[in-house]
Design a protein around this ligand. Structure first.
Ligand code: KG4
Ligand code: ZN
Length: 336
């Protein structure tokens, strides 16, 4: 257990403005404002995201403090997403965090958003290392081998789109709105996952590729709709179920190979797509096959949130790894 600490976590890397309070390792409040403005554009519009963060960030932080009966004076450190993400969005969170840290005279912790997704597992579990973690979000797909919380090796990753993007782009093609992932998962529940087949792609042993499957969906729908203009409408649930099944199979195939090769003591999934019920159930089954404990965050810690940022910040605080005022946000991934 860390030194006694009260940490404010701030997340603003994409389209969620979020703040959370972590006291001695336990979450006391976790507030997320998901920006609705992007829905009508079918994806996140960076400039609109930055503007919305500007108006949301102070109310969201105030709400997180109020819900946990905490005042700024109680805080021992501020943790903020430093990257990766949209630069204009990151700047909002980082500069608010810098201002608070300066005015309160407390440490600033620059958190890597992907490491924070993994840290979501430590909020509720005492993890048995080494851990093999599948990180599946809207911007990233990685297989990560962890010897401990801070010893992080990426052993496989996507060479093009992330799996969340493959869900979201399919959602757009099918006219389901943004983000497509939750919609596809919902509609898939009544469909037949074996009805249609979408091909896996050829990649290096543990790497992923999701741009091909999205294109194959597009061509498939065009061809079928030419023959029957009501094809999508008549088969939507089975299209969603089959496409979802293909994506999850692609993830599981590499996850399974990585478990055989790296022999971890436990496995986990994190990131927005880990909210997917089929993936959650499939990974539970994988854990049974390999007789390994399985860690999956509860839903509110799967998609972007500030609880995971505060938790990752706590690990940095324990190691004395603070962020300097001259440090800047980074848009592309830079593991620390
Ligand atoms: O981690 P996250 O909130 O943001 C990033 O860091 O990217 O992940 C968002 C992604 C989106 O692509 C969204 O469609 C996907 O997570 N997602 C899902 C589900 N819930 C969210 N994908 C499939 N099934 C879901 N239930
Ligand atoms: Zn994320």
């Amino acid at each position: 257990m860390p030194l006694s600490s009260t940490i404010l976590g701030i997340e603003s890397s994409c389209d969620d403005t979020a703040a959370a309070i972590l006291v001695n390792g336990k979450i006391q409040s976790n507030v997320t404002n998901t920006q609705d403005i992007h829905r009508k554009y079918g994806g996140v519009v960076p400039e609109l995201a930055s503007r919305a963060h500007q108006s949301n960030i102070i109310p969201v932080i105030s709400e997180a403090l109020a819900q946990s009966n905490t005042t700024l004076q109680h805080l021992d450190a501020i943790a903020v997403t430093q990257g990766p993400g949209l630069m204009g969005s990151l700047i909002v969170g980082v500069n608010v965090a810098k201002g608070l840290s300066m005015s309160l005279g407390i440490p600033l912790l620059g958190v890597n958003h992907l490491q924070a997704h993994v840290a979501a597992l430590y909020l509720e579990n005492s993890v048995q290392f080494p851990l093999l973690c599948l990180l599946v979000s809207g911007g990233h797909t990685q297989l990560i081998f962890l010897k401990n919380e801070l010893d992080f090796t990426v052993i496989g990753e996507t060479i093009d789109d992330a799996v969340g993007e493959a869900f979201d782009k399919a959602g757009k093609i099918l006219g389901l709105g943004y983000p497509g992932g939750p919609q596809i998962a919902k509609i898939a529940t009544t469909g037949d996952p074996k009805r249609f087949k979408f091909p896996d792609s050829q990649t290096g042993h543990l790497d992923f590729s999701f741009s091909g499957i999205k294109t194959s969906l597009l061509y498939f729908l065009r061809k079928e709709s030419n023959e029957n203009s009501a094809f999508i409408e008549e088969n939507l649930d089975s299209i969603c179920a089959s496409y979802q099944q293909s994506l999850i199979d692609m993830l599981l195939k590499r996850f399974n190979s990585a478990i055989i090769q790296f022999k971890p003591n436990s496995i986990g999934i994190v990131g927005g797509v880990s909210a997917n019920a089929l993936l959650r159930n499939s990974v539970m089954e994988l854990g049974q096959i390999f007789d390994a404990p399985v860690y999956i965050p509860k839903f509110e810690y799967c998609t972007d949130n500030a609880a995971m940022i505060a938790k990752a910040g706590e690990l940095l605080l324990e190691k004395g790894k603070t962020m300097k005022l001259s440090d800047t946000p980074y848009s592309r991934n830079e593991y620390l």
